[in-house]
Design a protein around this ligand. Sequence first.
Ligand code: ADP
Ligand code: MN
Length: 169
Amino acid sequence: MNIGLTGTPGTGKTSLSKDLGFNLVSINDYYSDISNGKDSDDNWLIDLEKLNDTIDVKQYSNTIIEGHVAHFLSGLDLIVVLRCHPDKLRKRLALRNYNQEKINENIEAEALSIITEEAFELYHENKVFELDTTESDLPNSMDLLREMINGNIKSNKRVDYSETIMSWY
Ligand code: ADP
Ligand code: MN
């Protein structure tokens, strides 16, 4: 079983993917192979064909593939989209020295559920689960993730933080 662990930066992919007893692939390690360089804002230009050539899911087993473009890989058995309330995400991203523009970009994407929507375009919705990390600590979220992977949480409850946008204006 190969799992794509995706989500807006700061939602907890790297922290939660460790110590789950799975092999681990961090897409962060492959940016130079999966992109066509960077744009003028220093963002990697991901090439989806290069991504799928470089990380060929068929070659893996019992592997978690983590990264905010993991859902663009084909052939995954499960996609887990990590979520976080945008106001909380803002704080997490500020702690890692993201500039204001980058913070706003990311919390807007989170408020609009961009990654979940992208995942739905490529995968049937019964393969896509959302895990909200807003109100949990790390160990708690890890337990939930483990349960999700084991098939014990089948809730297709959707996370929607779009209302938050209204409070920004
Ligand atoms: P990503 O890889 O998605 O960018 P990271 O794992 O690098 O995210 O960062 C997430 C940050 O949020 C870490 O500092 C982590 O300790 C913190 N955090 C707080 N609560 C949680 C939670 N419930 N799940 C995941 N991360 C959390
Ligand atoms: Mn990460």
